[in-house]
Design a protein around this ligand. Sequence first.
Ligand code: PEP
Length: 238
Amino acid sequence: MQLIVGNWKMHGRLASVALVEALVRAGPIPGARLLVCPPATLVARFAETARQSHVGIGAQDCHAEPEGAFTGDIAAEMLADAGATHVIVGHSERRTGHGETDPVVHAKAAAAYRAGLTPIVCVGETLAEREAGATLAILGRQLEGSLPGAGPLVVAYEPVWAIGTGRTPTPAEVAEVHGFIAARVPAGTPVLYGGSVRPDNARALLAVPNVGGALVGGASLTPRDFLAIASAAPGSAP
Ligand code: PEP
């Protein structure tokens, strides 16, 4: 069973609950679990709609502390209270746009555990790092610095240069990285691939050894595309 996660980024309004309703109505997909991560404003509403269904709801970020004088921030406990089961931490848009370092990501992942959430820890190299042949060294450092201690965990490999660009690594490049990550995380940890996953490339990417699902940005905003990606998971209907 693969995990197909939709990262809505800063998109969506209350009316977008119709997209979650469409995913619920479509019914379970045999080879895939669905998780939608909307902006924090929509977590409670979406969780209410998806309650008792095969669709899970997660969040996109959390603060490391459970509460306090942190204007604008949201604690992992608040996301759990709103109905989230997972939280993405260390997305490259947070690492670059908000200066989040590996220790910050580590603290956020630990906060997720404290709140009973499963962290989805993102790692990935830039184009310059790949071209310099430094991909595995960078990923090794990010994994070592970002991963929390024992607890349920999801890791997402997202090459920064593949996010929102329409470019993807080759299946062989994905296989190399996912084998490297799988050797460094507890057995059974889903390692997702993320970066320009679309209905037309999902089958090839999801079939790569050690790929346990996908983290999907743009295509997750269209239920038909998101469902098509999930249906491309090995073990799903053809
Ligand atoms: C992402 O934001 O995590 C992502 C993978 O985006 P996209 O699918 O649009 O490349």
